[in-house]
Design a protein around this ligand. Structure first.
Ligand code: B12
Length: 209
């Protein structure tokens, strides 16, 4: 695992992919590779950000290596089981962080959910419109910067106004996982992508839309 963390921090895509695949071959599951490898590496970067040693190139290279590792871990990004329902994902206006959201997309897709990804820096109106059009059972908001919190608090009301009260709202990402679901006015705050998957499974078991 240390080899993977070091390769990610070095932004060395090939080495990171090799390390991740070696872990898989040794029987380590994707969940542990994401938590102890990818998230651990980003934790080190976060410490640097806080120490004001912020180096954009370093973070971009690390992000590129994370994406390569995820593609290696989930090559087809195709469901392994019949569709369980549609989930709309987005990072809201002003937030360009998308590595975590992309991990959630890959995991939910492989686990049988049809995911409509609205991308990053996305207008809230577009998210709500997409939820209605795609007949989604849940909307997932990824939020890494605190400035998106007021937008997140508006999601429930906008869904209700659009006649989409049955749609659940879950959130995740560094800025949102420190805030309670009640305070964000959402149904669930996930600490990790797998946490979100477990909530989704429990909230909408075998919806099959
Ligand atoms: C990588 C990074 C960047 C990259 C993003 C690359 C990309 N394509 O995403 C770049 C360099 C572009 C960037 C830019 C900036 N960043 Co930045 N960035 C980070 C960093 C170091 C890591 C984020 C990350 O990718 N983590 C790894 C992923 C895998 O983890 P994750 O997102 O948490 O996702 C996991 C779970 O949370 C969960 N999850 C995530 N979303 C969701 C959603 C749902 C529905 C579910 C179920 C689960 C779930 O699943 C994932 C897997 O388990 C963080 C530090 C941190 N603590 O997060 C700062 C951080 C988020 N950035 C920060 C800042 C300030 C910025 C900038 C404003 C910097 C600047 N001064 O210019 C800019 C612009 C931001 C903007 N407008 O959006 C701050 C935010 C502070 C705050 N609270 O507001 C942080 C916290 C750093 C810090 N300590 O200051 N950043």
């Amino acid at each position: 695992m240390r080899r993977l963390v070091m390769a990610l921090l070095d932004g060395d895509q090939a080495e990171a992919v090799g390390a991740a695949l070696a872990l898989r071959a040794a029987g380590i599951d994707n969940g542990r590779i994401i938590a102890d490898g990818i998230e651990a590496a980003m934790g080190h970067l976060n410490a640097k950000c806080t120490l004001q040693q912020f180096n954009l190139l370093e973070i971009m290279l690390c992000g590129r290596a994370v994406t390569a590792v995820m593609k290696a871990l989930f090559p087809a990004e195709a469901p392994l089981v019949p569709t369980q329902g549609t989930v709309v994902l987005a990072a809201l206006e002003g937030d360009v962080h998308d590595l975590g959201k992309n991990i959630v997309r890959m995991i939910l897709t492989v686990e049988g959910y049809r995911v409509v990804d609205c991308g990053k820096d996305c207008l809230l109106d577009h998210v709500i419109e997409t939820v209605g059009r795609e007949d989604a059972i849940m909307v997932g908001i990824s939020g890494l910067i605190s400035t998106v919190v007021p937008q997140v608090r508006r999601v429930r009301g906008m869904l209700d106004t659009a006649g989409l009260s049955a749609v659940q709202v879950m959130t995740g990402g560094a800025a949102l996982k420190q805030v309670s679901a009640a305070s964000l006015n959402v149904d669930f705050v996930a600490q990790t992508a797998f946490d979100g998957l477990h909530y989704l499974r429990a909230a909408a078991p075998g919806v099959g839309r």
